[in-house]
Ligand binder design. Sequence first.
Ligand SMILES: Cc1ncc(C[n+]2csc(CCOP(=O)(O)OP(=O)(O)O)c2C)c(N)n1
Ligand SMILES: [Mg+2]
Length: 905
Amino acid sequence: MDKYSYIANAHGAYIDGLYESYKENPESVDESWQKFFEGFDFSIQKYGENGAGAAGDVSPKETKVRDLIAAYRRDGHMQSDTNPVRPRRKHHVNLEAKDYGLTDADLNEEFTIGAEIGLGKASLKKIIETLKKVYVGAIGFEYRHIRNQEVIDWMQEKCEKEYLHQQLPIEIKKRILSKLNEAVVFENFLHTKFIGQKRFSLEGGENTIPALDTIINKAADFDVEEVIIGMAHRGRLNVLSNIMGKTYGEIFSEFEGNIKLDLTMGDGDVKYHLGYSSYIDTMSGKKIYVKLTPNPSHLEAVDPVVLGYARAQTDDEYKGDLKKALPILIHGDAAIAGQGIIYEIAQMSQLDGYTTGGTIHLVINNQVGFTTDYDDARSSIYCTDVAKIIDAPILHVNGDDPEAVVFAVTLAVEYRQKFGKDIYIDLLCYRRHGHNESDEPKFTQPKLYNLIAKHPNPREIYHKKLVARGDVDAKLASNMDKEFRKQLQERLDEAKQTPLEYKPQKLEKEWEEMRHSKPSDFDNSPATKISQATVDKIAKALTTLPKGFKPLKQIEKLLKDRNTNFFDKKMLNWADAELLAYGSLLMENKTVRMSGQDVKRGTFSHRHSYLVDANTNEPYCNLDHIQKDQKKFNIYNSLLSEYGVMGFEYGYAMASPHGLTIWEAQFGDFANGAQVMIDQFLSCAYTKWHSMNGLVLLLPHGYEGQGPEHSSARFERYLQLAAGNNMYICNFTTSANIFHALRRQLAMPFRMPLIVMSPKSLLRSTKAASPVKDFTSGKLEEVIGDDYVTKASVKKVLLCTGKVYYDLYEEQQKNKRKDVAIVRLEQLYPFPRKKLLTEISKYKKAKQVWVQEEPENMGAWDFIKRLSKDTKIELISRKASASPATGFHKVHVAEQKEIVKKAFE
Ligand SMILES: Cc1ncc(C[n+]2csc(CCOP(=O)(O)OP(=O)(O)O)c2C)c(N)n1
Ligand SMILES: [Mg+2]
């Protein structure tokens, strides 16, 4: 039954009676009636008994005027004057007085409802005039979809009081003009000096520069210490120079190609992908740190990275104060509408583990994506419609009206700092040239480009306006132009004469203690062991529950087993080892952050990092209770996303050289939903941008008969990307190795990603358990040899990696095959060549066979073949296949048997 149908069905006199009782004592009526009467009282207070105005002298016409006001607030944005170059599409909305039964004859009648929009009693004409100024002017305020009354009231006040009466001081107007001057002249200068060179000009959208300038200045006034920006190609050079403080000289040298190259410093990247960071002076004199992250061509991929970075800064540098680090994401109109990652980051925005305290989204909406018109680029009316899923305000602004732009972005900063949530600015502009400067836009949009050709640039428009208002003198703009052009010419002349030293981006402050890796770093793994006392302390925390905590039966058993593992058997399984690694780092006051789907318990129920009280649901994290002075374990179950979440964790790691950051896949193959992150960031950020990153990916992998999608983490993909010591790629068979590998991430004097094919059934198995002494005195073993065989009698060496080892081992033991040695490669990359040769050379006359459970075209085979090209090595594997694994369990078992059988033939 409908929740409120009781109201419709109730008898009038009965309701009156209830209301009397409620007036005397609200508690005396049912809670649902209390709510109903509360609302009733509220509306009487607000609108008077007849619903018109506090004064109570109501005519039915007042109600009509009220409906008209409501319509402007709700739908005004659909008719706002936001398109600088052509008329907007017609949207059907009811914003005419006649739509509400009001006629011309009513225009001069006075209405008390005028008080609603701050006019007091006012004529209908005046009311409509005011509504038009606010709601169908240069800003389309879209906020009535929001379901939080406080936000609606706040937004309404901003529109109807502040925007209506916006008065900018003259210094601000001059600042806007000077920023516009820089933006316009910079593009124009490049256009004439570097004809036909790609720069993805900002022309048409130059008001982006005063917008960013305002955001940064306002943010500083509102206690922000640091601004992190993510943006694509469009206008990037302009932002780098006119916002970030990259020198014009550097940019010109990049255009000139007048750079002394040092190719030992990596492969580099094109100029419109590079990052930059600096301290800049704001208008109030306060310094603020600004960072533009480097990004690949893949549009919007950088978004979660920026957010993760901002969150890490918040957690670490600003002790959790969400007001200090402000992320700004700049989007293209086609990209924000089309890329699914936008939806993912919107869903992340308010989650405990991922919130940044609000992101300011700025869309450079030039009404076209490459050659694609907006009506082919989206089904939604606005490119920003995704914002509505999180009840974010959206401000559509005319990109030719810098004062409106400044108002909108100022509001955005205030909103972000007050409510801690995302807000979207849709800057309606145009693109003066083609997609890049040598592209012909008239092939596809001749009509639009005829209009654009005649359209004056935003600086001209604003200058004209200022002069007309008498705000500045007519010569100001031409003086600004001349002066700035002169400065640019001087920088260009310098750039032509003196070649620029190629400087990869400097390691940022927090990275200064790091150095770049060198090949010999990988000859031996570093010391990662811990003391017995540390093991005992962590073990105690892992096996102790707080007073009164009621565990489930299975958890009771788990804790008992853990206790036995640590204190009696002294053999630690995978979960024990993993938790021990995290605990030991927390004790060293290092941040440990992990996220992914269901990571707290672990997909395969091995981790149980949080326990839940069987009666109260109260969570308990054992690792938070090792000792007084320690860090807390930051582990978050993620939303069901790979791309967004892996990107976020990558960004988090980018800001955390001294923290361990881990993303775990539910099953390893799901990581390909985040392929862009792997291909464009993890594997090559270092060589492109010299950006180090210690992110760990845990990717459950292994053939256990669960079908095509749950067997393979696509090992081969990572191995194909391996070059230049860019990532660790491992497939461990012992719990000690995962422990040492996790600790190694922070033990080296540099950072690089670690990709782990992690096991599934082995997680709880005793097979992969390692003795405690391997944790207190050992280190990571990249290669594990065979001490069972008799050296001289070995005729065959089986080389393998990962879980298949245990199948081979079982067979070897069962048949006492001392003539077949099994050598495990625990780390595939960086390839432990020396260690492997040491093992193999023990069996001089033996033949070498690579055994893998993956099909021939997958797994590590191609990689092994490539690296061992001088040696004759044979293969045993599943036959090449389009699908990673069979869907039939029986077939799986038969295949697995066959592999083992062949190996021992
Ligand atoms: C993920 C991805 N797909 C395709 C492209 C190729 N591409 C480069 S720019 C562009 C159009 C972008 O349009 P919009 O987002 O409106 O930005 P604008 O160039 O108009 O500023 C496309 C499709 C890309 N860079 N990234
Ligand atoms: Mg566009």
